[in-house]
Design a protein around this ligand. Sequence first.
Ligand code: ADP
Length: 619
Amino acid sequence: MKIFSRILVYIKPYWLSLTGSILCIIFYTIFNSLSLFTIGPFLQTIFSQPDQTSSVVVQSEGSSDDLVDSFIPKSLQAKKEKILQSFYEVLQGENRKNSLKRICFFILTLFFFKSFFGYFQIFLMAQVEQSVIRDLRNDLYKHINELSLAYFHKTRTGQIISRITNDVTLINNGVSAGFVTLVKNPLTILVLLSLAVFLSWKLTIISLVIAPISLGVISIIGHKLRKQSTHSQEKMADVTSVLQETISGIRVVKAFAMEKFEIGKFTSETQKYFKSLLKITRTSNLASPLTEFLGTSIAVAILYYGGQQVLKGELLAPEQFIMFLVIIFSLGQPIKELSSVNNRIQEALAAGERVFRVLDTKPIIYNTTSAKKVSDFRTSLEFKNVSFYYNKKDLVLKNISVNVEKGNILAIVGPSGGGKSTLVDLIPRFYDPIEGQILLDNIDLIEMDLASLRRLMGIVTQETILFNDTVRNNIAYGETEKSLNEIIEAAKIANAHQFISNLPNGYDTNIGERGVTLSGGQRQRLAIARAVLKNPPILILDEATSALDTESELLVQQAIERLMKNRTSFVIAHRLSTILHADQIIVLDKGEIVQAGTHAELQNKPGLYQKLYNMQFRL
Ligand code: ADP
């Protein structure tokens, strides 16, 4: 119920369109049902004798000597006859030709209004549905952007995408099912039933007694079929997975001479699939003759009983009897639709639960109410007894203390998994320390406004993230007010101007999704140009480990050196030149600083640094 009311909140702003749509549904249903009522006069006009006037004699149900009939007041019977009579009279002309004309015109008018309201019902409802979808998607996307990095490590990308695409669509289906099906179908059923009762309450009761029996049988078969089809799909998946395993592991199969075993496995799966398919065929082929037979039984029962009455001249006039049959059989569709509406609503509610779970997830990193904006970096950035873990069991950083003065370079080295990336991720507050503090100009980062803090930092990582956009917009990402000249200047510093100028449309070349059309070195230089343009006082750099060709390497290195000039840099170092230039080096191992100092100090001390230096940094 909670999910339902939360979805309603999204619908609320569009209540006017929704009300309009519901009104249109009501009119549509009325005109639709009325159109069935023209069958009577039409048949009567066509089949009456030329010399007959087309006035109709409406037989009274009360004329049969049934006991129950005494419950129907005679005045009601008379009213019914009067209504039918006046309806027929409206359509009656001086002669049969004229009546036919009138009836055709009447049918045309009814269908015109029916279509008119049908169109506006769909149009207005689409407006509601699409608005709800749009608003929900936008809210989800906005919220996902605000979530902390930790959320994205815990949640698979596919899952997040599925929330925004599939689940929102399922909610939409539920909304339309809820409002259209739940309004239209019960209303249609009500109107049709009233018309049927109006024509003959006895025949209606007979029909209603037989109908549920056959509907029950049909729904049992449908349920069985659904179950069997799921089972069969699972069997097909088994066949596919054996096939895929064998083909991808064919070397192993051959090496172990297991062909016979694999063939046996495959045949046993195809046999199971074969059996499941046969079962489905049996059920589904039973379903159609059975439903047809049951349908016909209802029809025959009504035809027999009703026909008898018609022949006796009791109960109904022949054309009314046909009208009655059409009305009763028109009830099938709305009843069928109504029986499936629950599934769609349940699906929508389940999807709603998943969507709202995302919307209810609170970001772990957020601005405190007293968060202060920072505009510059003046003196130093200090880690003070910082500890951190992703999972409670494993401390990834243990009691880290290091102070970096403005303008200095801190190089972080250490074996893989030592905690280097985690350490630098704490500076832009992708995560907050579990213990200890990080102080920028002696103020705890936690007390600072997140966006203004991040504006002080430029981050260049190994994986260069480029967007499916022009070179120019990729460099200017987030700095939309920068001019082309400034962008070109940045690209020149980053050694990127040359290759950009050689692209087909220069700075306006679209570089494709994730920059696939560029080489690794070019992408890195674009990322460096981006950082140059942002011109942040603090730089976080994760040097690429993968080797570029010598020329690219030289260009990238030169660009990085220019970028670091006059900034405070935190570098996860893989290059010799970086550690040589660093004012301070820390060696991180298993989350602890095991050594610290300058290259000159550490070079000759026995320890991890020496080992790493000999292995990684010697050219
Ligand atoms: P380095 O950069 O030195 O290779 P990292 O900081 O990437 O080290 O990783 C330090 C430790 O933290 C490793 O044991 C790693 O498995 C773990 N780790 C890194 N990121 C996550 C994460 N998002 N969730 C859980 N554990 C992580």
